[in-house]
Write a protein that binds this ligand. Sequence first.
Ligand SMILES: [Zn+2]
Length: 328
Amino acid sequence: MGMKKAMTLLDDLIQNAGGCAVIDGGLATQLEKHGAVFNDSLWSAVCLVKDPDLIKKVHLEYLEAGADILVSSSYQATIPGFLSKGLSAEEGELLLERSVKLAVEARDSFWDSVKSNPGHNYNRALVAASIGSYGAYLADGSEYSGHYGPDVDVDTLKDFHRRRLQILVGASPDLLAFETIPNKLEAQACVELLEEENVQILSWICFSSVDGENAPSGESFEECLQAINKSDKVNAVGINCTPPHFIEALICKFKELTDKPIVVYPNSGEVWDGRAKKWLPSNCFGDDKFESLSARWRDLGAKFIGGCCRTTPSTIRAVSKVLKESPH
Ligand SMILES: [Zn+2]
C-alpha cells in the first residue's frame, strides 16, 4: 500500500472513531493478569517465545474493549536481546514477524466475527508494530532518563534499530509505533532511518516525559521535534508511558510545536522504579478518571488516545465508551 492510501486509511479510522482513534492499553500488564511472569530483560517479549496464544488473547480483549489500534508485542523484542538469550538471529527475526502476525490475526478474526452484526460499534482496527527505544532494550531504566552515555551516537542508535525495523516493515503492519523515546538523538536516529530505508508505512514517534515538560533527557520537546517536523515519513507524534496528569499540558505544548496529529497513551500514573524494576504506588488513577481525562485530551486536539503500562482492557473500554458516545 502506498503512503497516500495508508494516510487515507488512518484519516478514515479517526473519522469513523468520532474524531479520535482509541489505542489499546498495557500489554505486559494484562499478560501478567493472565499469569505470565516476566523476570527477564526481554520482559513481555518472553511471551512471544513461550506463549504466543496468550498475546493473541490479550489483543482480542483490547479489540473487544473498543481499541481501534493494536500495538504489537515487539516493544522489548530485539535481535540483540534474543541473541543474548541464546536464540539465533533467524529465530529472533521470526519472533519479530510473529509479533505483528499475532496482532493481525487477532484483528482479522475479531473483525470477521463482528462486521456483519447489525449495530456493532467497532471499527476494523489497525496494527501498529511497536519499536521500543534503545533504553527499553538496555532494560536499565534509561528510557526514562534519556542518558545513553558518551559512547552512543546517532549511528549507534540507527544500527540498533535498523534490522528490527526492516523485519517489522516486512511483516506489513499498518503503522510503526516508536515508543518511549527519551531524547533528541534517538528521535533523529528514527527519522533518519525511516528516510534511509525509504519506509512506506505510516509511523508515529512518541516520547516519554518524567517532568511533564521536557523529554527525560532534559532536552526541550522543541529540540526533540525538529527532525520529526522536517520529515514527511513521520505521520503523528506524541507521548506515551507518562503519568496522566502531565498529558493536558503536553498536548497544548505539542500543538504549538508541530502540525502533525498528536498521539497520547499515558500509563496509569504509578511510577516505575527502573533500578528496583517494580511499580511504586502513587496517586493512582482509576478508570473513571482516565475516562474523563480522555474526553478532555480529545477536546484539546489529540487524535489518538490509549493507555500504556498498568492500563487494562477496562481502562480502554472506558476510554472508547466516552470518545465514541460523545464524539467531538
Ligand atoms: Zn508504558
